[in-house]
Design a protein around this ligand. Sequence first.
Ligand SMILES: C[S@@+](CC[C@H](N)C(=O)[O-])C[C@H]1O[C@@H](n2cnc3c(N)ncnc32)[C@H](O)[C@@H]1O
Length: 293
Amino acid sequence: MNAPAPQNLAVPALNLTLKDRIDQKIFDALYSRSLVYNTCWEDPAVDRQALHLGPQDTVMVITSAGCNALDYALQGPAKVYAIDANPRQNALLELKMAGIRKLGFDDFFAIFGSGYHPNIKNIYRHQLRTELSDFARTYWDRRYNWFASRHGSFYFHGLAGFVARGFRTYFRMRPALAQRVTELFASTNLVEQRKIYDEKIASELWTPVINWVLNRQLTMSLLGVPHPQRRLVQGQHPDGVSGFIRDAIEYVFRNLPVGENYFWRVYPAPSPNSCRPATSRSRASCCSTTWTG
Ligand SMILES: C[S@@+](CC[C@H](N)C(=O)[O-])C[C@H]1O[C@@H](n2cnc3c(N)ncnc32)[C@H](O)[C@@H]1O
């Protein structure tokens, strides 16, 4: 089943350079064929504080990986409408909802918490597949093995997963830096965490190579950011896109307890089962709370 053609997200054609047109073609080609986000990137805890959802509320949310739509559902609103221009994002939410309806906690957490389940073939075929729409079934029939992948986990699939694989390869070429990142994720308080980031990671991480890669439109297209949006970000920071991303990551790892940060834990975890976060909030959020919901 062919997905509907994506809306052209480019700015009016008048002032586009040849490079912009080529970048847009590459973005549309990637976006119209791929799952981009395998996890949401904006923290719903902030939305909860702002929205105060209640039983009388109906809320519309961009699906992305579906995590936030499910998090909103935990607040008990009357309805949650999850919409996305990319039907593969909705297919991922459908798979999560099928898991919530049909699976026990451990199976659900292995699939969506760790992103790895050795028995995914049977679980998908016998418990999840019948719960899906035609589009989602056709999509996952060819991709359920992402959850038992030689690449380590589902979180190394989709376009964002492809970028994560690139960074994982980079960290494998820099084992000392990788060890310091593991140390950072093992830190138990913000003072220790900030010290590791400032003294052991920051100067080693933000190298010309990393900055060059982050400033490429192709990297941004793989992360679902079309060139008009990249140009907006580039215009907002003296060091361009890489400076913007560096500041964002610096804020996250210097100010937010890593133990609660389930967004980042799905990536640097060296093996499928080690992304079981330490604290109750990060274990309860996203996948497992949706299960208990
Ligand atoms: C950067 S993500 C952010 C979404 C979400 N806030 C999160 O936490 O991940 C953007 C999502 O918006 C979707 N999207 C982009 N433009 C859209 C549009 N015009 N209508 C509906 N969805 C759109 C993309 O497919 C993608 O899943």
